[in-house]
Design a protein around this ligand. Structure first.
Ligand code: EPU
Length: 298
């Protein structure tokens, strides 16, 4: 029963065999065994009770801008937040935001209010929760730089507020995914002049200029210490390498573009071939930066 809602409970919408094309920037036509969309904390608590009762493992998915679905049919339970979780309020030098709020909207609102701290997020797609999970950023800024605190719900439905120093943030990683479901975040910003904010946004725009516009999940591999995955893939001569509809971008070699009809397995094959050929050439083993989602039982 494609996309049909299951038992309707306040704050949760269930969909079986749910299409995921709107939940991934790569444009993959995958389906999930079960997609639960929750719109409020009450709905989330009910979902967590259900997951505990049924012993179902689940994965939280925001806008899927850093995710590859490895299979067409994912035997997995996906939790997606919206409704209350997409809201945010601007305070004097703080943004209080739900995990489903889009980073780009937060930056636009901070920019209008002459608040500095999020300029480095220019061009980073996806939700605040996703950005925090992967400590999204650039070479000189990460989302961690403006985190005051993060609220997470653990698997017992208990809410905890963690300050930035209680969360482990590393290069494109944080401990948040293991701590629970991120719900609310306080971002500490500071008042600054319009000119300085605009200058920092221009620098962020400049950095993004080398990056392709097609359907992608951003950078595929982490940069190895002291080097750049894009430079290595390029130097191995892999720009334009293709598996089905998936191709290594000719603009930036650390991006895989879905030129139309790419499947998760096309992308996985391409990732493995890139890894193998970069290793053969440079003896450097590239590690994925994107999250690969597989069936929970595979
Ligand atoms: N390069 C090449 N060929 C390419 C791509 C890059 O030779 O095809 C060279 C560039 O000329 C440059 C070096 O590699 O000398 C680094 O490239 P770039 O400045 O584009 O930065 P990056 O290390 O590839 C990182 C992040 C990006 C982030 C940019 C901007 C990672 C894996 N990537 O890219 O993040 O936007 O810096 O600061 O850390 C992402 O996380 O999805 C992402 C795209």
């Amino acid at each position: 029963m494609a996309g049909v809602s299951g038992p309707s409970e306040e704050g949760i919408t269930w969909a079986h065999n749910a299409p995921l094309h709107r939940l991934n920037s790569m444009g993959l036509e995958a389906r999930a065994r079960l997609l639960a969309t929750v719109a409020s904390e009450e709905g989330l608590i009910r979902f967590l009770e259900w997951a505990q009762k049924t012993s179902e493992k689940f994965v939280v998915l925001g806008r899927g801008t850093n995710v590859i679905f490895a299979e067409k049919s994912l035997d997995a339970v996906i939790l997606h937040l919206n409704g209350d979780f997409a809201r945010f309020t601007m305070k004097a030098q703080e943004i209080l935001a739900g995990a489903a709020a889009l980073l780009a909207r937060l930056l636009q609102n901070a920019r209008k209010a002459n608040l500095s701290g999020l300029e480095g997020a220019w061009g980073i797609p996806g939700t605040l929760g996703g950005a925090l999970t992967g400590n999204a950023g650039t070479a000189d800024w990460t989302i961690r730089d403006c985190v005051e605190w993060v609220e997470v719900f653990d698997s017992d439905g208990i809410k905890q507020r963690l300050t930035a120093s209680e969360i482990g943030f590393e290069y494109r990683r944080s401990t948040l995914a293991t701590l629970g479901v991120i719900t609310q975040v306080s971002l500490a910003l500071r008042a600054d002049s319009r000119n300085s904010i605009e200058a920092r946004i221009r620098r962020a725009q400049e950095r993004r200029r080398s990056q392709p516009r097609g359907r992608s999940a951003g950078c595929v591999f982490k940069n190895p210490p002291g080097d750049s995955a894009g430079r290595l893939i390029d130097a191995a001569g892999l720009k334009g390498l293709r598996h089905g509809g998936a191709v290594v971008s000719s603009e930036h070699a650390n991006f895989i573009i879905n030129e139309g009809g790419a499947t998760g397995s096309d992308i996985m094959e391409l990732i493995e071939e890139i890894r193998r050929r970069v290793y053969e050439r440079f003896q450097i083993l590239l590690e994925e930066e994107v999250l690969i989602l597989r069936s929970s039982k595979s």
